[in-house]
Design a protein. Sequence first.
Length: 303
Amino acid sequence: MHARCPDDAEAGVSRSFLFVPADSEKKLAKARDTGADALILDLEDSVEKNSRPRARQLAREFLADKGQREVWVRINPLDSADALADLRELIPSVPFGVVLPKSCGARDVNQLSMLIDVLEQESELPAGRTAILPIATERPEALFRMHEYTQATPRLSALSWGAEDLSSALGAMTSRDDTGNWLPPYQLARSLSLFAAASAGVPAIDTVFTDYSNLDGLAQYVAAARRDGFEGMLAIHPDQVAVINEAFMPTATEVDRARKIVDLFAADPDAGVLGMDGEMIDRPHLLQAKRTLETAARTDRNR
């Protein structure tokens, strides 16, 4: 499994990842009190090009006083002039990780990892401490390379996807039907992201729900995301955080079952498959059980 966690970060899969425009002092000030498991300081889509130097400065200041919260930085695309400037400014400030937009596969993630290697060394930071979360489906060619994430750097910590840029690249009029459901091209992108994350051994993080005032619709969407195997979700508005956190909260029944699975394998660590309550339990069940307990423990600490 690729997933990693720096020594100074809390264990467990984050449920909610809230985007915060890095050029907005007002939104940055409010971000700490949103209850989001993770914050993503955005230097890309929500920031105009001329505002990016100021956004980097504000992001540095925010990172200097982040407390224990998991704070990521979304840089600009790797093939843009701004990406290296983003990294040079912010890696020394020790973000939890870097969100990579418009990733086209393991090649981009590994290239980003090499850049971070150099910047961590220059800043005398522990090697490998900065995680990477790619947005994996924003360019059409990326969908043909999803299997490559199994060969990605150990920095790969999770994997998400996006529909808006993909829709624009396709020249599509919309990505959803009249009922709000994904149209077939985007259902495919979502499914491939879920499969790619599972193959790489990292959590799958579902994309944003853009109708931020429709909290009932969000609740239905998040329930489906959890059902399908996603372990967290991106958010674009603070009001979405509580709904997302609640939906991805392990229930008492799920926690009890997870403990039983972990205890079962602890008693017989060499077993590949074990029986429990008339069901065959194997290593993927154990991995999921551990994630459930980590998420439950993290949730208790954050209350």
